[in-house]
Design a protein around this ligand. Sequence first.
Ligand code: SAM
Length: 243
Amino acid sequence: MYKLYNGDCLEKLKQIKDNSIDLVIIDPPYEKKGNGYYCGGGSFGTNNREYHSQLDSNNLLNGVDNNVLDELIRVMKKGNIYIWCNKQQLRQYINYFEDKGYNTDLLTWHKTNPVPTCNNKYLSDTEYLLFFRENGVKIYGNYNTKKKYYVTPTNKKDKKTYNHPTVKPLNIIENLIINSSKEHDIILDCFMGSGTTGEACANTNRKFIGIELDNNYFDIASKRIEEAFFNAQNKEGAINEEE
Ligand SMILES: C[S@@+](CC[C@H](N)C(=O)[O-])C[C@H]1O[C@@H](n2cnc3c(N)ncnc32)[C@H](O)[C@@H]1O
């Protein structure tokens, strides 16, 4: 089961009930650079630009939008949220959630094929993934799913297939879901991009709510998620027949 919204997450989140979401996984655009808007090296289109100019005019720092975070806190049953971010955003997210009494973990994804950088700079080979949870929120999973670091190349094939610059690795997202939710739980991603979190939910038997601003990415994600849920259902049917 899944539900997808095309539009600005701050608006669309208002349609989601209080205390209804078990786990949030988000990957918001990271930062503004020159005339383009970048997230881990990829650029986005006009809609995203509008989003950022709105952030700038609200004097919100580094692309972190506390209004969206407030909405996410409202819709979660208990605080349980993963956020991909860049180095500049770490302090702001940690301050926001620790002020609310949440516990913090920092996970990382180390890319084995980073884009070369110019002199006097380290490679851009590390993505940060913050995990915040309220006291009492459980971690499931096992020894293999609970490590805090991942070492893999960026998946050029997925980027090409879904025509999106910052597709996250499906196996990482599946691990997060297995570690932080149970089957049939409801997972929310309000910056869903190509729909990786949605596909991961289909593969792990969770329900999914997704929001995406850009019309083109919304169509790509919708197709990907529809197929993933269809395949998961057929697989389940086949297993039941075998029993
Ligand atoms: C970093 S990408 C997410 C990529 C995704 N994790 C994946 O694996 O494909 C961020 C996405 O957020 C979308 N976005 C930007 N501002 C938004 C907003 N205000 N509401 C909803 N989506 C937004 C962008 O269009 C972009 O596709």
